[in-house]
Ligand binder design. Structure first.
Ligand code: NAP
Ligand code: MG
Length: 496
């Protein structure tokens, strides 16, 4: 049994107009969950028009009104936590333990954070900086935000895009990945039930090249907020440059995981396994490159192998399952071909490196995989795999550790494992990444920003930093003397 995937425009559920049918499938079983018609440019136009029409009233609501609406929204999602967790799990192939413990509570916490943040837009104190004028700062919403999100954490990505925008008084059109639209739609309907006016939040599900492009190129969009791959992000930035649109880019990652020789080996090994296999490795901050100082290296590889052996693959609705499937057979094949290429280039696949058999062969599963002996400049070390694959390499000096950690185009997240405060301090200063964890890898909190350095993009999600990105800063300068001839006019004509 399956349902239909509609679009959500001006508060109404509607089918798409592109004429192109699509289905949302459960990647761990191949079962069809929902079918629909993809959004075309006309649907995007209507969604942008709805957001534009909703903007004047929404932007004039008080911070307290927006805050209260967000609080009710959080309550609606919380009341349906189990349904959100079940749909997200099935649609993505994520174990139910992950969606219950991470995706859904994380989203609820995010809504509650932005309910508070809506009341904390801040600027400078008003003052007479020139002597004769009073200057003040206004923080104003931008208008209609066009958001494009990926498939790896669909609910959380919808939250990260919608919440700061709406909390600051903007209206939004969100295009989720066509692989994973169901929880974004549920999330938007929960906002409607919470009393957020129709048109403030609109969801159009279509492909990147059609609906994504139509949204990015739309003249009535004030800002493009994108999370996805660096390749697509680059294209979007180039396109937005023509219209001087504001762009926010959360792109790929290739997080280093640096283990110094004084580290707690057991903590580091557990951290590496959890940090590389969370969401089957389809996490832009996942641990992907473990650099381990030579004295610990062999023991670390043995311990990680043993812990990976304990990870249970299985049906996503079984609370005992640790790791589900990848998002699609295409993604599984992409991961497999990168591992095969690493093998062909001389790396050693210590464990995994293949799809599991047994009852799992209907789904897009791939075994937890550990690779050693890869060259630093090889694709498996340099490029995003986005699968359950950890590469482990030794290093000798602390200088080497920092140099290797920084030696990819990416800079989203990193971790350093050490009990030495000076090493921890150096790693946090010198590793170029938007987040450096010390003795952990993965945790995020709503109060703190998430975003990249280098080819991982620019702009921050979550935290007050993200709220600021969805506003314009306006300087209002008001003359106080009423004099017709102001002193500065002397540069043009003198007083007479
Ligand atoms: P993707 O291929 O770049 O797609 C992301 C979104 O952009 C999808 O909705 C996609 O639609 C759309 N899109 C594709 N081409 C487009 C175009 N020309 N114009 C407008 N939109 C377009 O990325 P993905 O494969 O879905 O997701 C994985 C990537 O996201 C990884 O690189 C990962 O690191 C990154 N990511 C980053 C963060 C972060 O916070 N930095 C978080 C999560 C994921 P389709 O679905 O039709 O392709
Ligand atoms: Mg894609």
């Amino acid at each position: 049994m399956h349902s239909s995937v509609d679009h959500f425009i001006a508060g109404r559920r509607r089918p798409g107009t592109s004429g192109e049918h699509f289905s949302v499938t459960a990647p761990s079983t191949g079962e069809v969950l929902a079918t629909g018609i993809l959004a075309g440019p006309q649907d995007v136009d209507e969604a942008v028009a709805a957001a534009r029409a909703a903007f004047p009233a929404w932007s004039r609501t008080t911070p307290a009104e927006r805050s209260e609406a967000l609080t009710r929204w959080a309550d609606r999602v919380q009341a349906r936590s189990e349904e959100f967790a079940a749909v997200e799990s099935r649609m993505c192939g994520k174990p139910i333990r992950l969606t219950r413990g991470f995706d859904v509570p994380g989203t609820i916490d995010n809504i509650r954070f932005f309910a508070g943040a809506a009341r904390h837009l801040e600027g400078h104190a008003s003052a007479e900086y020139s002597g004769d004028h009073t200057s003040s700062i206004r923080r104003e919403p931008l208008g209609v935000i066009g958001s494009v999100a990926p498939w790896n954490y669909p609910l959380q990505m919808a939250a990260w895009k919608l919440l700061p925008a709406v909390a600051a008084g903007n209206t939004v059109v969100l295009k989720p990945s066509e692989l994973t639209p169901l929880t974004s739609l549920m999330f938007a309907r929960a906002a409607q039930e919470a009393g957020i006016p129709d048109g403030v939040i609109n969801i159009v599900t279509g492909t990147g090249p059609v609906a994504g492009q139509a949204l990015v190129a739309h003249p009535d969009i004030a800002m493009v907020s994108f999370t996805g791959s660096t390749a697509v992000g680059r294209q979007i930035a180039a396109q937005a440059a023509g219209a001087v649109k504001r762009v926010h880019l959360e792109l790929g990652g290739k997080a280093p995981f640096v283990v110094f020789d004084d580290a707690d080996l057991e903590a580091a090994a557990r951290g590496a396994v959890a940090g590389s296999l969370i969401n089957a490795g389809q996490d832009c901050t996942a641990a992907t490159r473990a650099y381990v100082q030579r004295p610990l290296y062999d023991r670390f590889v043995r311990r990680v192998t043993a812990l990976m052996d304990e990870v249970r693959l299985g049906p996503v609705d079984d609370p005992a399952t640790d790791m589900g499937s990848l998002i699609s057979a295409t993604q599984r094949d992409r991961v497999a071909s990168m591992v095969d290429a690493a093998r062909a280039a001389g790396a050693t696949v210590i464990r995994g490196g293949r799809a599991p058999g047994g009852g799992l062969d209907r789904g897009a599963h791939y075994e937890p995989t550990l690779i050693t002996g890869a060259a630093q400049d090889s694709a498996i070390v340099q490029q995003e795999v986005f699968g359950p694959v950890l590469v482990c390499l030794p290093f000798d000096t602390d200088d080497d550790a920092v140099r290797l950690a920084n030696d990819t185009p990416y800079g989203l997240a990193a971790s350093a494992w050490t009990t030495d405060v000076f090493r921890a301090g150096r790693a946090s200063r010198e590793i170029q990444a938007g987040c450096v964890w010390i003795n952990d890898h993965i945790p995020i909190v709503s109060e703190m920003p998430h975003g990249g350095y280098k080819a991982s993009g620019y702009g921050k999600d979550m935290s007050l930093y993200s709220l600021a990105e969805y506003t314009n800063v306006k300087h209002v300068m008001s003359e106080n003397t009423g004099a017709a001839h102001k002193p500065w006019h002397d540069v043009i004509f003198t007083s007479r």
